[in-house]
Design a protein around this ligand. Structure first.
Ligand code: LLP
Length: 405
């Protein structure tokens, strides 16, 4: 796996900021965005970075100034995007399971909202009628994505309004003369098969004649990135060509071509991020050699939560003899990062680097076991770096506790 930041810089970060620390490579974020833009250059499109993957305001700013719009999944993410300086017209809130009050708040912030329930659609009609454009999140009943936990478009999923409820959607739209400008689907994360996205587009194109105001088809995110040296990835060029072809076939029948929207999270930020840790203690048992790092599932939950593979490098001893280790954390739960992993010989104090930690790494971190959340550091093209979030300190653990006894 490619290491975008030199070992010397990582060692310097360890010495000055400490470990564990999330470390991000600025040029890689921008490169990922540009690769998407390039792959989709055959049709009109807008990329909304799904900032749920990594909400540090510096990363939002970096991608926004590179040209990406921002997709949010909570009112606070929408507020963070605006705080980072994004114009509301370039911010999208794809909601799920929220109260109408939160939708009202988002509308009042001026951001575009995709609604995902009939009840909220009706309430939107009652309050706003045709006065504000709106998007509808549909559930296409397609099974897609790397595993069930990250599959969102299937027929048992909570997300979106099932396409089978189209008559109800149309009745509400008609009753309140809604100005529905976007149809949205997001079928899952880590979708390698380009045909899944093409199918989603076809389903929405088929619906378009019934939604005369729709200008954008939002296909969500979910592009697969490789987590291991043998892992596959979405072939974006193939996807771009297939989507262009589908749009062309559609418009050749005389229909106006909608603009496509995308909401990639992982693709934009996964590869740019690393979790830099240090080996706290080695433990040789009768069958297993454990290397325990000064981090745990409280900082990177993906291996335990999704059985996700994260590539690990021993940057302190890259050319040492290979041995087999189980890499664990220090949390009082089983928090195995990797089992039976071959790595160059590890000693206490070595720096272990977890790759592909940019997406849903820091963002899913917690203070479990009352441990501190780590710092975040942004490394620039010339390998200078800046801390963009300090690690927690003792006061952070007590900040919101109210002593009543
Ligand atoms: N749009 C919507 C409406 C979403 O729900 C998501 C992700 C995305 C876009 C971005 O998907 P991406 O391009 O990042 O795959 N924590 C899990 C991934 C959960 C994704 C949730 N929704 C993980 O670490 O694998």
């Amino acid at each position: 796996m490619r290491q975008h930041i030199s070992t010397a810089t990582l060692a310097q970060i360890s010495a000055t900021v400490g470990t564990p620390t999330y470390v991000y490579h600025a040029p890689t974020f921008v490169r990922q965005f540009q690769q998407l833009t390039q792959a989709f250059s055959g049709f009109q499109h807008t990329i909304f970075y799904a900032c749920k993957a990594l909400t540090n305001i510096n990363i939002i700013k970096l991608l926004y100034s590179a040209g990406a719009n921002i997709d949010c999944s909570s009112i606070n993410e929408a507020k963070l995007a605006l705080h980072a300086g994004c114009h509301p017209s370039r911010v999208l809130y794809t909601s799920n399971g929220i109260s109408f009050q939160e939708i009202t708040e988002a509308v009042e912030l001026g951001v575009h909202v995709n609604i995902d329930s009939l009840n909220n659609l009706k309430k939107f009609g009652e309050k706003f009628g045709a006065s504000r454009p709106i998007g509808i999140r549909l559930r296409p009943n397609i099974m897609a994505g790397g595993n069930l936990k990250i599959s969102t478009g299937h027929d048992k999923s909570k997300f979106g309004i099932p396409v089978t409820q189209l008559p109800e959607i149309l009745a509400i739209a008609h009753q309140y003369q809604l100005n529905i400008t976007t149809l949205h689907v997001h079928t899952g994360s880590e979708i390698k098969d380009v045909q899944v996205t093409v199918k989603a587009l076809e389903i929405l194109l088929d619906l378009l004649p019934q939604f005369p105001d729709v200008k954008h088809i939002d296909l969500g995110g979910g592009f697969k990135v490789p987590y291991s040296p043998t892992d596959g990835e979405t072939n974006l060029q193939e996807l771009g060509n297939a989507l262009a072809q589908t749009l062309e076939t559609y418009s050749s029948k005389g229909f106006p071509t909608p603009k496509l929207w995308f909401e990639p999270g992982k693709y934009m930020v996964s590869e740019a991020g690393y979790l830099l840790t240090q080996v706290a203690v080695m433990k040789q048992t009768d069958t297993i050699c454990f290397a325990s790092v000064n981090s745990g599932l409280n900082h990177l939950i993906r291996p335990m939560f999704y059985d996700a593979y994260h590539h690990i490098s021993n940057i302190s001893n890259p050319s040492g003899p290979k041995k087999t280790y189980t890499i664990v954390g220090n949390i009082c739960e089983t928090d195995t990062f990797a089992s039976d992993r071959e790595l160059p010989e590890i000693q206490e104090g070595d720096l272990l680097l977890f790759h592909n930690a940019g997406a849903y790494g820091f963002e899913m971190a917690s203070n479990f076991n009352s441990r501190f959340k780590p710092a975040e550091v942004l490394v620039f093209e010339d390998e200078t770096f800046a801390m963009i979030r300090r690690a927690d300190v003792w006061d952070d653990l007590l900040r919101n506790q109210i002593a009543v006894l």
